[in-house]
Design a protein around this ligand. Structure first.
Ligand SMILES: Cc1cc2nc3c(=O)[nH]c(=O)nc-3n(C[C@H](O)[C@H](O)[C@H](O)COP(=O)(O)OP(=O)(O)OC[C@H]3O[C@@H](n4cnc5c(N)ncnc54)[C@H](O)[C@@H]3O)c2cc1C
Length: 468
C-alpha cells in the first residue's frame, strides 16, 4: 500500500502527490489520509475550518464514489502516520510540499518518524507552479523586487495538470465520520462561507475564463463589478489545482485579441505574486512577525485602542474603508483594492502596527494565507519587500471616488448610506456635523482627519528612517 497524506490539496484532480502515489507501483493501492493536527488547528479560525470541513466532505464523497474512502484521524502526524503505515502495511507516504515555518518543522518530524519505521516518503511540488528557490537572480539570490521575478515566472514552462487516479488504484478502506466544527473547538463562522466543492470551483474558474478574464485588466480594481476570480480560498486549501487554473487561463488566450491576451497575462501575474510572496516568506520566515525592511529606529505606532475598534467594526466614518471592513465581517473575504485601502488606513492614518491588522485578517479571512497576508500587510505598511513607499499614503476619499464612483460597493455594505447621493457619500468626511446628521444620522462621523494623519504618518516614518 501507499499512503497519500492530504494537506493543502483537498482534491483528487490535478493533484501531483496523489498522482505520484497512484502510479508508484503496479500492485500498490493508495490509502488517502487526512490528519486533524492540533498544532495547525491552533492557528485556524472558524471561516477556514468551516471551508475545510466542506472541502473534506466533497473529497470523501469523491473517494466513496470509487469504493474507497478518506481515512480521517486526529493527532500528531509524526505519531499518526507511522501507525497508519503499520495498520495498512504501507511502504511509502506521499505529500505535497508546504512552505510555511510551521509546516517545515512538522514535516521534519514526520520524516524522522517515518525513517525510524523504515517507511519511504515522497514529497512533491503541488501547490505552486514554481517552487520557492527555483526562480532566483543570476547570482542565485532570491528576488526582493517583483518585476524581475514576475518576468522569469511568466517565461518558465509550466507543468500540465495531473489526471485523477483510476478507481482501481484506490484501496478499499473506510474512514470514521468527519468531526463537527464544535468538536474541533470552533464556533459557527459569523460570515457567509463559499462552497468548497471542487466541481463548483471548477465551474467558477471556467466561467471566469469565458469572459471576465478579458476585462480583468480594466475592472479588477472596481469592486462593484465583481470581476475578479474569487479563487483565493480554493488556492489556499487546494480545492483547485494550480496547474489546472493556469491551463484554463492559457486556453483563454486561444483566439483572443492582443488586448484580451494582455488582460489574461495580468491575471497570471497575480498568480505569480502569490508565489513571489511565498518565496519571500520561505527565505525570510521571521518576516511573519518582523518588518522585512529595517528602519534606523522603531516605528512609533500610536496603537489607539478605540481607533482600532472603530476600524474593525467598519465605523471609521470613511465610507470606502468601512465598506471593506464590513465585507470582511459579512463574507470573510475582501476585494483586493479594499484590502490595500483598509490596510493603508490602519497603518498610516491610524498609525496602528500592521501586525494587529494582520491578526484581525487572520481571524476573519476564509482565504488567509500566511505568505500573501503578511506580504500584503507589509506592502501597505511600507515595511515589506517591494512595498508602497512610506510617503505614498492612500487617500481613502479619492480611492472611493476613483474605484467606486457610483458608491455601489459602499452602499452594498454600508446600509446607513443607501439613498444618499454618491457625491455626498464620497464627501462625507468633509461635510459639516449638521449636514451629516441630516443626510445619514446613523452613519458615524470621521474618527480622524485624513490630511493631518497623513502628515503625522509621514513624519513618523521619517523619524524611523532617522531623517529627523
Ligand atoms: C493587506 C492584504 C492582505 C492580503 N491577504 C491575503 C490572504 O490572506 N490570502 C490571499 O490569498 N491573498 C491575500 N491578499 C492578496 C489579494 O487581496 C487576494 O489574493 C485577492 O483579493 C483574492 O481575490 P481573488 O481570488 O478574486 O483574486 P484575483 O484578482 O482573481 O487573483 C487570482 C489569484 O491570484 C492571487 N493573488 C491576487 N492578488 C494577489 C496579491 N496581491 N498577493 C498575492 N496573491 C495574489 C490569489 O491567489 C488570487 O486568488 C492580501 C492583500 C492585501 C493587500
Amino acid at each position: 500500500m501507499q499512503i497519500h497524506w492530504h494537506r493543502r490539496d483537498l482534491r483528487a484532480v490535478d493533484n501531483a502527490g496523489l498522482a505520484a502515489a497512484a502510479t508508484a507501483g503496479t500492485d500498490d493501492e493508495v490509502v488517502p489520509v487526512f490528519v486533524f493536527d492540533d498544532d495547525v488547528l491552533t492557528h485556524a479560525a472558524p471561516p477556514r475550518v468551516a471551508f475545510m470541513l466542506d472541502a473534506l466532505a466533497s473529497l470523501r464523497a469523491w473517494y466513496r464514489d470509487r469504493e474507497s474512502d478518506l481515512v480521517v484521524v486526529r493527532g500528531d502526524p509524526a505519531e499518526v502516520l507511522p501507525d497508519l503505515a503499520d495498520r495498512y502495511d504501507a511502504t511509502a507516504v506521499t505529500w505535497g510540499e508546504d512552505y510555511s515555518g510551521l509546516a517545515n518543522e512538522r514535516d521534519a518530524r514526520v520524516r524522522l518518524a517515518l525513517d525510524e519505521v523504515d517507511v519511504d516518503r515522497r514529497v512533491v511540488t503541488d501547490s505552486v507552479l514554481h517552487e520557492p528557490g527555483s526562480i532566483t537572480t543570476n547570482a542565485g539570490e532570491p528576488y526582493s523586487v517583483f518585476t524581475y521575478y514576475g518576468r522569469k515566472w511568466q517565461d518558465r514552462p509550466k507543468d500540465d495538470p495531473y489526471e485523477p487516479p483510476e478507481g482501481s488504484t484506490l484501496a478499499d478502506v473506510s474512514g470514521d465520520p468527519l468531526p463537527s466544527l464544535e468538536a474541533l473547538g470552533f464556533d459557527e463562522p459569523v460570515a457567509e462561507i463559499p462552497t468548497a466543492d471542487p466541481a463548483a470551483a471548477r465551474e467558477r474558474l471556467m466561467a471566469f475564463c469565458d469572459g471576465p478574464i478579458y476585462e480583468y485588466e480594466d475592472l479588477r480594481d472596481v469592486p462593484a463589478t465583481e470581476n475578479t476570480s474569487r479563487l483565493s480560498p480554493h488556492l489556499k486549501f487546494g480545492t483547485l489545482g494550480i496547474r489546472e487554473v493556469y491551463a484554463a487561463t492559457e486556453a483563454a488566450k486561444d483566439g483572443a485579441t492582443e488586448e484580451q491576451v494582455e488582460s489574461v497575462e495580468t491575471y497570471q501575474s497575480e498568480l505569480a505574486w502569490r508565489e513571489f510572496y511565498l518565496q519571500v516568506l520561505a527565505t525570510n520566515p521571521e518576516t511573519v512577525a518582523q518588518n522585512f525592511k529595517e528602519y534606523e529606529r522603531p516605528i512609533d505606532w500610536r496603537n489607539d485602542p478605540q481607533e482600532f475598534e472603530a476600524w474593525k467594526a467598519g465605523e471609521t466614518g470613511y465610507p470606502f474603508v468601512d465598506a471593506g471592513m464590513r465585507q470582511l465581517r459579512q463574507e470573510a473575504f475582501v476585494h483586493n483594492r479594499l484590502r490595500m485601502v483598509v490596510a493603508s488606513f490602519l497603518t498610516k492614518d491610524l498609525l496602528i502596527d500592521w501586525r494587529r491588522g494582520y491578526e484581525w485578517f487572520h481571524a476573519r479571512l476564509v482565504d488567509h494565507d500566511t505568505a500573501s497576508d503578511v506580504g500584503g500587510w507589509q506592502w501597505a505598511a511600507s515595511t515589506g519587500t517591494d512595498a508602497q513607499p512610506y510617503f505614498r499614503v492612500f487617500n481613502p476619499t479619492t480611492q472611493g471616488e476613483r474605484y467606486d464612483p457610483d458608491a455601489e460597493y459602499i452602499t452594498e455594505y454600508v446600509p446607513e448610506l443607501r439613498g444618499v447621493e454618491p457625491a455626498t457619500i464620497h464627501q462625507w468626511p468633509g461635510l459639516s456635523a449638521t449636514q451629516r446628521r441630516n443626510v445619514a444620522p446613523e452613519y458615524p462621523d470621521p474618527i480622524v482627519d485624513h490630511g493631518k494623519r497623513r502628515e503625522a504618518a509621514i513624519a513618523a516614518f521619517e523619524a524611523a528612517r532617522g531623517d529627523s
